[in-house]
Design a protein around this ligand. Structure first.
Ligand code: 5GP
Length: 192
């Protein structure tokens, strides 16, 4: 998506360790007009799917997921990060390894808000190695819901997540795919 690529080129900052900072418009300060355009694009791409719920993960997925959800006219459920192990069986749980923080954490979704009647679109801001998405996909599978697809704002195409997810046959629509980026020169190359 040209609009997002141009914005990443203009305001994204490439950091050492393969990190792209987009906190001026995507995941700290948020440009809601841009989010609306992302939402419209996902709506167009998933037009043929009977989506009735959007699933994301806290914290930075929530903003884009909510604005996308307005296009679909469906509720958003976000997976909550938790310290306490829940043993009452009222939640789906999954363990996720954080790329940016190099640690594992547990996420939960209440069984009240995800079940076999649901047709789910997962939305998140970044795709790197795919751990966050794998955790979300496991919870969708546990719930018996149908995973209709995944919408990602920025995929780092040089990391393995995108390939692994597409190999599973899941419909994955990333609106900007970065082929390579260089912290020294700041250069970012997008997949066309
Ligand atoms: P994955 O689980 O696919 O390895 O990483 C996805 C998560 O890590 C995203 O939800 C995002 O929060 C974070 N992340 C991964 N790479 C980057 C990056 O280059 N920049 C930023 N800002 N977040 C990233």
């Amino acid at each position: 998506m040209k609009l997002l690529e141009e914005r990443i080129r203009r305001d994204g900052v490439v950091k050492e360790g393969n990190i792209l900072k987009v906190d001026s418009f995507l995941n700290h300060q948020m440009d809601t007009a841009l989010f609306a355009e992302l939402g419209k694009e996902w709506k167009r791409l998933f037009e043929d799917k009977p989506i009735n719920k959007i699933l994301t993960i806290e914290a930075s997925g929530i903003g884009i997921a909510c604005i996308a959800a307005q296009q679909f006219g469906v509720p958003v459920v976000f997976a909550k990060k938790t310290q306490t192990l829940n043993i009452d069986g009222e939640v789906y749980t999954s363990k996720i390894h954080s790329f940016t923080h190099s640690k594992d954490y547990d996420v939960i979704v209440s069984k009240k808000f995800l079940g076999k009647e649901d047709h789910v679109l997962i939305i998140d801001d970044f795709l790197a190695n795919g751990c966050a998405l794998e955790g979300l996909m496991n919870m969708v599978m546990d719930s018996g819901a149908v995973l209709e697809g995944i919408g990602i704002a920025v995929e780092k195409g040089f990391q393995k997540g995108g390939r692994l997810i597409r190999q599973k046959g899941v419909r994955l629509e990333s609106l900007a795919i970065i082929e390579s980026m260089d912290a020294k020169t700041g250069e970012i190359v997008f997949r066309s």
